[in-house]
Design a protein around this ligand. Structure first.
Ligand SMILES: *Cc1c(COP(=O)(O)O)cnc(C)c1O
Length: 362
């Protein structure tokens, strides 16, 4: 990806926004952050949101607000970035991993129910690569077992599922504004969306040392506040997010039409979904070979992710069984992320397509 081209197209407005923060000296939270919260909630179709200092903090604060604590279990996919599971562990709870669907690579709803027991408190699905998890069956399971749903929407700003936006189906939705995300800060950031005003109030206390009135600390809190500068910058960038997501979708369509006849598995967008292609990941058992081939021709690629969470030493438990996650393990061995960012020139997508075709033509 290339963050510089986007910055150049926005630099005037970004500097004006930053100057407003310098003029007001509101460096931590402040009015730029609170107006960003309103604007981001509106973008998501949620009544309100709370800004925090990272996507990880968003997950951590959301899980705490949902009442997740020591002795609890949270059901979550192994096919994700480790932050999803880390946030559960930060609460003193245990992530209980579930394998992914072979096509979408999102949590497989048919494998959730068998992992539920009396300790289960919540389901934490991830909308991987910008495609939402299959939320209808997940919502039904959550309802019948009285579990909360917390969405990890860190890769899915603007994604939708049967008319509902990412972050609005669960009790709480968690977003990251890490620079490389579809909406990226110039630093770290995150947000939580929810329609529950009480939970939002609790999150606003948790992120700010457990206090609402200065120097009064009824609950244990954290320093998870968003910088004023990031709020101001994100507000400028948010106005472009829909058009940036549209550009990603056009580029994805170009990749798909150029590669669909090859022996590669391409991302899919099931009926009724809006994919926002945070990652454009293709799958082949010859992933390593293809990555070297592209690298030798000047095409950078990535792997999201090479190792499923249940295989990470810091995230394993005594009862973790490697044979329970065949689809995630396979996906991690086969996925290769092609260049994808809104400013990517269609000519360059064609170049990547030609190099991949040449690889399979040999
Ligand atoms: C990026 C990401 C996070 C963590 O967000 P940070 O802002 O980097 O803390 C959590 N979950 C997923 C799925 C992510 O992609």
């Amino acid at each position: 990806m290339d963050l510089n081209t986007q910055y150049k197209s926005l630099s005037g407005e970004i500097h004006e926004a930053m100057d407003r923060v310098f003029a007001s000296s509101q460096y931590s939270q402040g009015s730029e952050v609170s107006s960003f919260e309103k604007a981001f909630a509106k973008f998501c179709g949620s009544p309100d949101s709370a800004a925090v200092n990272s996507g990880t903090s968003a997950l951590h604060m959301a899980l705490l607000a949902a009442g997740v604590g020591p002795g609890d279990e949270v059901i979550t996919p192994t096919m994700t970035f480790v932050a999803t599971a880390a946030a559960v562990i930060y609460c003193g709870a245990k992530p209980v991993y579930v394998d992914c669907d072979p096509i979408t690579m999102n949590i497989d709803p048919t494998k959730i129910e068998s992992r539920i027991n009396e300790r289960t408190k919540a389901i934490l699905p991830v909308h991987l690569h910008g495609l939402m998890a299959d939320m209808d069956p997940i919502s039904k399971i959550a309802q019948s077992h009285n579990l909360k749903i917390i969405e990890d929407a860190a890769q899915a700003h603007g994604a939708a599922y049967h008319g509902k936006n990412a972050g609005t189906i669960g009790t709480l939705g968690c977003f990251s504004f890490y620079p490389g995300k579809n909406l990226g800060a110039y630093g770290e950031g995150g947000a939580i969306t929810t329609a529950d005003a009480e939970l939002l109030d609790l999150i606003r206390k948790l992120r700010n040392w457990g206090s609402d009135v200065k120097y009064h600390h009824p609950i244990l809190g954290f320093n998870a506040r968003m910088d004023g500068l990031q709020g101001a910058i994100l507000k400028v960038k948010l106005k472009r997010l829909t058009s940036w997501n549209d550009s990603r979708r056009v580029l994805a369509a170009q990749y798909i039409s150029g590669l669909s006849d090859l022996d590669l598995i391409l991302p899919t967008e099931p009926e009724g979904y809006r994919h926002v292609y945070h990652i454009f990941g293709v799958r082949t058992p010859r992933r390593e070979e293809l990555q070297v081939w592209l690298n030798e021709r000047g095409v950078q690629t990535g792997i999201h992710y090479p190792i499923p969470v249940h295989m990470q030493p810091a995230y394993r438990f005594d009862d973790t069984r490697d044979d329970e996650f065949p689809e995630a393990t396979k996906a991690c061995n086969e996925l290769l992320s092609l260049p994808m960012f809104p400013e990517l020139a269609p000519d360059l997508v064609d170049v990547v397509i030609q190099h991949i075709r040449a690889f399979f033509d040999r």
